[in-house]
Design a protein around this ligand. Structure first.
Ligand SMILES: [Zn+2]
Length: 200
């Protein structure tokens, strides 16, 4: 059975109506909260700028690494939840299908309109996003970028592959690394994330 992304999105949206007193949303085995995109973007991009030109690469690597670790732990929690068992698992025929399940959850979380363009098992994953909030936020705040700016989605793309092909949790994080060759923040029509095996 193919993965019905809309069914997953509706389940997340329905479930996210339940909030604890502090606004925490307990859903799919993890704790979620509503967060200001503008604030998150400013934290990321101002951190990068404060690190200066000489340490820009280091700042970007840290932001991607943080996103990958977070994505790895978060989606491990999600795929071990009862909601996943109930809603997503019946649609999964082979382990690769989990990636479509992950992207549908990410769409429902408001991370963008993630679309899996290509998956070569244990080798390569290509995800395209036309409305990344990081690219949009960057363009609103600064001049056109010289390189990709969607560090969160870049880390998350790597994490998806880590969870499927990186071996047993929690030792598989960073088995894969993702690049962002195309990004709306640098004038491309959409953002493209390509994950492949990490060099080391
Ligand atoms: Zn981008």
């Amino acid at each position: 059975m193919a993965i019905d992304g809309n069914k997953i999105i509706h389940a997340v949206m329905e479930g996210s109506r339940i909030r604890e007193a502090k606004g925490i949303i307990p859903l799919f085995g993890v704790y979620l909260s509503l967060f200001s995109v503008h604030y998150y973007n400013r934290l990321s991009f101002e951190f990068e700028k404060k690190m200066g030109k000489t340490r820009e690469t280091e700042a970007q690597a840290l932001l991607i690494q943080a996103a990958q670790e977070c994505g790895y732990a978060t989606f491990q929690g999600i795929r071990n939840s009862w909601e996943w068992d109930e809603i997503v698992k019946p649609m999964i025929d082979q382990k690769e299908d989990q990636i479509e399940g992950f992207t549908a959850v990410a769409v429902a979380f408001g991370w963008g309109d993630l679309e899996v363009k290509k998956l070569i098992p244990d080798e390569k994953l290509v995800i395209c996003v036309s409305d990344s909030y990081e690219a949009g936020g960057y363009l609103n705040q600064y001049d056109r970028a010289a390189s990709g700016k969607c560090y969160m989605l870049r880390g998350v793309t790597g994490a998806f592959m880590d969870l499927i092909y990186g071996g047993d949790y929690p030792d598989g994080c960073f088995t894969f690394t993702a690049d962002e060759p195309l990004c709306r923040a640098k004038g491309d029509p959409y953002c493209e994330f390509i994950a492949g095996k990490s060099p080391h």
